[in-house]
Design a protein around this ligand. Sequence first.
Ligand SMILES: [Mg+2]
Ligand SMILES: [Zn+2]
Length: 264
Amino acid sequence: MLREFLLKMAGSALGQWRSMRSMSKGQARGREMAAFDFDMTILDRDSDMAVGQLLPSTERTAELFDLIPKCGWIAFIQHVLQMLHQKYGIDAVAVGRHIRSLPPVPGILRLIRQLAGHHSNMDLFIVSDSNCFFISEWLEAHGVDHLFAGIYANPASIAADGQLIVSPYEEQNRCELCPVNLCKGRILDELISMGNYKRVLYIGDGSNDLCAVQHLRANDIACIRRGYELHKKLTENVHHRPQLSCGHIVTWRNGHDLYEQLPK
Ligand SMILES: [Mg+2]
Ligand SMILES: [Zn+2]
């Protein structure tokens, strides 16, 4: 399983590099892109919190959760993974097994299959502040890993003793909307310019998707999960509402009603 994961990671990185390199601007003209957030957009859970639940309740202290506002999500998940492994013998394989059992947002797998469908001219990506191990384990368990052209998330590796290690995607201080470890807007800009996409769909739910939707262009579509943080940010507080330059905003509750609202 470990060997399989390492090969898979190497394979997907190579595949991604090859597909980007071979995609000249002329060839890609006319193609579209769908970029998905992962937690609460594809997975109907927050993956870091779900893995934190593997700790016994006595370990889930206020001090542990204080790490999130004080030091960020990477520090939180690193600490959780270390405790799980060192105190409870829960290694990467066991963490992966738990991740694979978590439920999808209703209808989202059907939406992914429809967008990536046979006659589609659309490339699918994940842009997430979760990590590549959780995301690729889950996508594989649900039979949709091959439908994505790339995963942009915090990298993960497995130590010789079996502990899962998560590291930051980058260290940035240019964007104040995003955490220091990953700016979604910059990733989106890079994908758009590499693929020269005529239209982009961005599908997300959280405040950490605000930067990405602000990088969308006039013809792009922001798909925002109704009732969640990003939706609240964009609809509450009329005077301090962030402005979007994309011309189309779709709000959705699940994969079924989102698909119904997208242009066919
Ligand atoms: Mg999310
Ligand atoms: Zn950003």
